[in-house]
Design a protein around this ligand. Structure first.
Ligand SMILES: Cc1cc2nc3c(=O)[nH]c(=O)nc-3n(C[C@H](O)[C@H](O)[C@H](O)COP(=O)(O)O)c2cc1C
Length: 321
């Protein structure tokens, strides 16, 4: 995959970055997207939800599928399956997930503690597929006991096409701040593209990350929730233009389209359950949302959610007209 035109990437977000949200982010300016993490063991045993997790629409490209696991043979087999069945633009190895269920089985961030296993998984994957293999790491298991530079060198030696660095340790969760200086050190250490990740929320922080780290691209996760325009706004600021204003109408239209597309893809029941958090994110920070949030979370159907969106945004549009 050619990373030279990719500056802003939507982060893998379990339970969130599925095809509907990814499409919205691509349309709103993300240059590439990643799937949520998919279990390599699940793929190998043909788990029921695998096909759904690997599905994507052509307009989402360039797209990466992220795999997690701890056994080189399983990850190699899963990568091979993904390459032949899903044909993504790249395949990413998750070496950063802090969730206990995953690290207990030596997957995700646990790979940061086992360089030999990390290397043998990556080598097994890159040998098996011709699709570029990338790897997403956290900077270390514990704060200040950083292993990111070592991991990046190993990744490069094992044939990885790029490295994505979330510059926090596993022990930090999402606390404190990302240590961007770690990304700069990784960038100095390897020749493969380096993607910086952690705490980029707008044009100023994206510019600062590019300038302070020299990274090739920036990955954005939490700031895109209910705010897919973050990508186009950052692109504008990086070009030196004034970022387009996010209007009440844009919020209303995007939230409503998100809800309709989600319902069309997954059905009423799942949409009614899963869209509540998205709608709460779309209205976050807007006036008078406490009561609306309660109504959103109490809603019984997507039709009720549509009504709440319509009512709320009409009221706000009238108040600000
Ligand atoms: C709800 C949620 C789900 C996530 N799921 C994944 C995942 O499946 N794979 C992964 O590598 N990182 C995952 N992450 C981490 C993000 O990709 C990203 O590294 C992190 O949020 C830091 O970036 P940010 O400061 O831009 O949010 C997740 C983060 C959140 C908040």
């Amino acid at each position: 995959m050619d990373f030279s035109h990719v500056k802003l990437i939507l982060a893998p977000l379990a339970g969130i970055a599925e095809p509907v949200f990814r499409s919205i982010c691509r349309r709103a300016g993300a240059d590439a997207v990643l799937s949520e993490m998919v279990s390599a063991e699940g793929i190998c045993r043909g788990a029921r939800n695998t096909e759904e997790l690997l599905a994507f629409e052509p307009h989402e490209r360039p797209l990466g599928i992220q795999l997690f696991g701890a056994r080189p043979t399983s990850l190699a087999r899963a990568a091979e399956y993904v390459e032949s069945h899903a044909r993504p633009d790249f395949i990413d190895l998750n070496s950063g997930c802090p969730v206990p269920k995953i690290v207990r089985k030596n997957g995700g961030a646990a790979l940061l503690k086992d360089p030999a296993l990390f290397a043998s998984i990556l080598s097994a994957m890159t040998k098996k597929v011709s699709t570029p293999v990338t790897v997403k790491i956290r900077s270390g298991w514990r704060e200040h006991e950083w292993v990111d530079v070592d991991c990046a060198r190993i990744a490069e030696d094992c044939g990885a096409a790029a490295i994505i660095v979330h510059a926090r340790s596993r022990s930090m969760g999402f606390r404190n701040h990302a240590y961007w200086e770690r990304i700069a050190l990784v960038k100095e250490a390897v020749r493969i593209p380096v993607v910086g990740n952690g705490d980029v929320v707008d044009g100023a922080s994206a510019r600062a990350m590019f300038e302070q780290t020299g990274c090739d691209a920036v990955m954005i996760g939490r700031a895109a929730l209910g705010n897919p325009w973050v990508f186009s706004r950052i692109h504008s600021e990086l070009r030196g233009d004034t970022p387009p204003r996010v209007t009440v109408d844009m919020r209303r239209e995007t939230a409503a389209r998100h809800l309709r597309s989600y319902r069309q893809r997954y059905g009423e029941k799942r949409a009614a359950r899963e869209m509540k958090k998205h709608i709460a994110w779309y209205i976050k920070g807007m006036p008078g949302v406490a009561g609306i949030r309660r109504r959103v979370f109490a809603a019984q159907s997507t039709f009720h959610l549509e009504e709440i969106i319509e009512d709320y945004f009409t009221r706000i549009a009238t108040a600000t007209a």
